[in-house]
Design a protein around this ligand. Sequence first.
Ligand SMILES: [Zn+2]
Length: 426
Amino acid sequence: MKEVDVILRHLPDRDTVKELICQVGFLKNFLNFAKSNKIMMRVCSLALIGIMSVGVSIAAAGITLGLKVNYAGAIIATIKNSGVFDTARKIAVDHIESSDAESVIENPSFSMTLTVSNRLDSAVTVADAIIENTGDVVKAAALNVNGERVACSEPEVITNLLEARRTEFDIEGAQNSSEFTDDVETVGGYFLKSEVTGKEELSSVIESLEVKTVSVITSDTEIPFSKETVKTSKQLIGYSKVTTAGQNGITRKTENIEAVNGKVVTRTELDSIVVKEPVTQVTTVGTAISTASPAQRSEERSAGFICPLKRGSFVITSYYGDGRNHKGMDLGADKGTPIYAAAAGTVISSGYEGDYGYSVVIDHGNGYKTRYAHASALCVKKGQTVSQGDVVAYVGSTGYSTGNHLHFEIIKNGSRVNPVSYIGLD
Ligand SMILES: [Zn+2]
């Protein structure tokens, strides 16, 4: 059984104590009466025994006189004497983080009381009670920078603001470690309400702290693909096709970035690897002026056509095909250069014909027709027969044309074929 329980058991209740005090008063009177009354001596000695037994029982219970401390409107402790409060006051003042602490401690009032000696409060306990009951004192935290207090506020408020400031310059997606360059610490304690830092001031104090951030960041950069052209004689001049699509590669770089208040101080490359090689774009272009077989070309050469412009009077500006479904050959020449019938035949068309502009079509009667387009002037009429080498028109740029040239077509059984071998330009 605990000692406290024993005491409680022996502790007389309020009524008993009152009765005891009454008994003491009664016995005093009784003793005076007994002194003057010898007859009563025997009775007196009996009474004395009673008084002594009461005294013994009070001492056994540890009952003692004490002082109730009334502080700031509340009973905060029971102490042995006022000296305990003086000591407590000193302890409390020491515990409050202010040079003005003394001024906020109120003066107590005391009242006598009977109590159990074990129940008397110690100076340390009373100091705690003083702090707790002093309205001008709050539990808070000091923000110390390099050992000097720069602010004071609720610990949580300081902690949150410090954390926000410390991580303010972290780079998203990086591994960051950041710290204040100064020695920053928060110390909990008791402070005067009047010395608690205002919100705005606290924010500005914390925002003025310098932060060093070290970030390890990995980033990808594209490696642009290169381009390459491959020539093929299997396709006509003008043919162009992307045969391998280009793809950008990727370089993955890891860097260590040190910054102060977000301003980069050093940037060190830790690693750089190509995680994806670029793929070269390949464009295949045609170099052939004809895709016909040698035998076929030889046959076409001997089909009986001549070149419709005199050698030396023109340059080939576009071949058949030419990547744009060009169904004839373009021979660039000066305006007015004579155009000759490639073979003998009958003019079946001579006039202005849409995109062809001024043009002539001759039917050679053996399944072949020829067309001469973009002329500046025409020399033949529909229905007229012409011999090979007759002038049928003059070079121009009529119709859908961007410059003086002859657009020449050979139509074999209704289909426009490549004239290059027929007119000996291959
Ligand atoms: Zn053309």
